[in-house]
Design a protein around this ligand. Structure first.
Ligand code: SF4
Length: 297
């Protein structure tokens, strides 16, 4: 059945970004193509692609380009995934080496079809990168592994520098925005990660503009601080296509600034809150800023 296309609002000026110059992004796109790697940058039509690619960074999307879940905001199609490609971790490490990345972000589709949700594939990818470039900092943006502590420990034992798990939206909107996820389960995952490995920074992120209220967003920030989450990103939801959730509101930059100040007040080491912010946007700088603040510099 043809999904009903909904009317799309014009983007305000603060969300208009210049198109990437092919020459700027060529080195990254060619490397990814040659090594048959996916990025969330391209899959999610990220507005910051040219900025990140021209700075030689990208967010690798592992475990295929289809997902076992069907979040209303996500551009990745839901379908029956392929078998895991066990050579992928080595190819990601090769790309990290070729692109001389300093900070690597690894994310994935959700693989509810796998016993460990793909946790061992994450761990292998981290280890392969470390074998080649021990000095890089590695951030993993993981699914909720259906709340499995064993899967979480498998990833943590590979010693990422940042454990990121997006809370995405406010509890009232879960049914529409991320129907197969649970707010409490995502909080519990972040809580466990900090308890099990306090030396690993924890991070989360949410989108706004889906119909949430200011109070609900601030409550989610409180919830994240209650589980000792240290880094948070808040960005504007952008509709990938007419069949995805509509943008209810283009949130004003002033409101993002207000959320940033609330985040600072609540004690997040770093709060990145801006219409164009994405969970791995400027991830390297954001992580280094967090580390320097932790060290009290
Ligand atoms: S679980 Fe992640 S990849 Fe899958 S549909 Fe939701 S946001 Fe997209």
């Amino acid at each position: 059945m043809m999904q009903r296309k909904n009317r799309r609002q014009a983007k305000p000026k603060w969300l208009r970004v210049p198109l990437p110059k092919p020459s700027e992004i060529k080195p990254v796109t060619e490397t990814l193509k040659e090594l048959e790697l996916n990025t969330v940058c391209e899959e999610a039509l990220c507005p910051n692609l040219s900025n990140c690619y021209s700075h030689g960074t990208a967010t690798f999307l592992i475990m295929g380009d289809v997902c076992t879940r069907n979040c209303g905001f996500c551009n990745i199609p839901a379908s029956r995934p392929q078998a895991l490609d066990l050579s992928e971790p080595e190819r990601v490490a090769e790309a990290v080496e070729r692109l001389r990345l300093v900070h690597v972000v690894i994310t994935s589709v959700t693989r509810d079809d796998l016993a460990d949700g793909g946790a061992s594939h994450y761990a292998n990818t981290i280890r392969k990168i470390r074998n080649r470039r021990p000095e890089v900092t590695i951030e993993v943006l993981i699914p909720d592994f259906k709340g499995s502590e064993e899967a979480l420990i498998t990833v943590l034992d590979a010693k990422p520098d940042v454990l990121n798990h997006n809370i995405e939206t406010v509890p009232r909107l879960y049914k529409r925005v991320r129907p197969q996820a649970k707010h409490e389960r995502s909080l519990e995952l972040l809580k466990k990660a900090k308890e099990l490995r306090p030396e690993i920074a924890t991070k989360s992120g949410l989108m706004v503009g889906l119909g949430e209220t200011e109070e609900e967003v601030i409550q989610v920030l409180h919830d994240l601080r209650k589980v000792n989450c240290e880094l948070v990103t808040i960005g504007q939801y952008l509709q990938p296509s007419g069949t995805h959730l509509e943008v209810v509101e283009y949130v004003l930059p002033e409101q993002f600034e207000k959320y940033r100040l609330v985040g600072e007040r609540l004690g997040f080491i770093s709060t990145a809150s801006d219409p164009l912010v994405r969970s791995s946007f400027n991830a390297a700088e954001f992580y280094q800023l967090g580390r320097s603040r932790t060290r009290g510099n």
